[in-house]
Design a protein around this ligand. Sequence first.
Ligand code: HEM
Length: 307
Amino acid sequence: MVMGNLIGMVLVMEVIVSGFSYGPYGVDALSMQYYMMSCPFAKQIVTNNVNRALQADPTLAAALGCDGSVLIDSTKENTAEKDSPANLSLRGYEVIDDAKEELEQQCPGVVSCADIVAMAARDAVLWSGGPYYDIPNGRKDGSRSKIQDTINLPSPSLNASELIRMFGQHGFTAQDMVALSGAHTLGVARCSSFKSRLSTVDPTLDSSFAKTLSKTCSAGDDAEQPFDATKNTFDNFYFNALQRKSGVLFSDQTLYTSPRTRGIVNGYAMNQAMFFFDFQQAMVKMSLLDVKEGTKGEVRENCRKIN
Ligand code: HEM
C-alpha cells in the first residue's frame, strides 16, 4: 500500500515536472491533447452525455462529482465500512456507461473509463455552477479490480488532523484538502453517516441544526440530509454552513473547529473565487493520483468489468 502510494506520488511528480507531456514521442504520458488524433470528439461526447443526464436529473451532479473521491481510494483502512457509498455512485455509473457506449461506437478501444470518470466529474462541477478545469487524459483502467471495488469514502468520523495526515500522504496540502472537501457543496449525506453525532451533546454542532439532523434521521438510516441549502449548485454555501456550526458530517465541521484549518474555511466562506481557484487546482492534482499509464493498464470495453 505504502509502496503503491509512493509510486503514485513519484508518477504525479514526474508528470508535474514534465508539464503533463513528454512531447509527441512519449506515448505513455498524460496530456491535454491525448485523444486529439485517436478520438477527437471524446471530450464532447462525455460532456453531452453528462449534460443530458443532468438536465433530466440535477441531483446526479453529486453522484458524478463524487466520483472524484474514487480516486482517493488508497487508504482502505480509513473506509467507512458501515456506510457503503455504493448506491450513491451507482446512479452515476449509468451516465459513464452511456458515454462509454457512444465512445466505443466512434473510436473502439480508445478512451479509458478512468478518463471518462474524470471528465464526467469535471463536467458535473461546471454544469452545477462551479469552476471549469481541464484535466490531462491518457489514464488506463486497472486490469485487476472492478471499478466498483474502488469506491471508498474517507470516514466521516475523522478529525482535521487525521484528514490532513491522510490527504498529506497523497501529496495534498491542508488547503487542498479543505478545498476538495468543498465538493460537499453538492449532494447529500445519509443519516447513517452522521447519526453518531446526535447521541451525545456535540458542542461543535449548532443546537437548532442538531434538531434538523434528528428530524431527518427520524425517517431512518437512509434518510438524506443536504450538505448545504443548495445541494445541486456548486457554491461556497457549504463553508458558510461550517461557520454557523451547521456542517452535516463530523469531518466537515472539524475543518472549522480546528485552528489548523479554520482560517482556510473562513477564506473560502468569504471569497468564492478563491475557493473555485483552489478547488480546480486540487481536482487536477487528484486526477493525477494513482494513474496507470501505457502498458500498466488497459482500456476497458465495459466500464463495469475488466476485459
Ligand atoms: C475530506 C474527506 C471526505 C470525507 C470524510 C467524505 C465523506 C463523505 C460521506 C460520509 C458522504 C455521504 C455518504 C452517504 O451518507 O451516502 C459523502 C458524500 C459526498 N462526497 Fe465526500 N468525503 C470527503 C471528501 C470528498 C471529496 C474529496 C469529494 C470530491 C472531490 C467528495 C464528494 C462528495 C459528494 C459530491 C458527496 C454527495 C454524494 C451524493 O449526494 O450522492 N467528498 N462524502
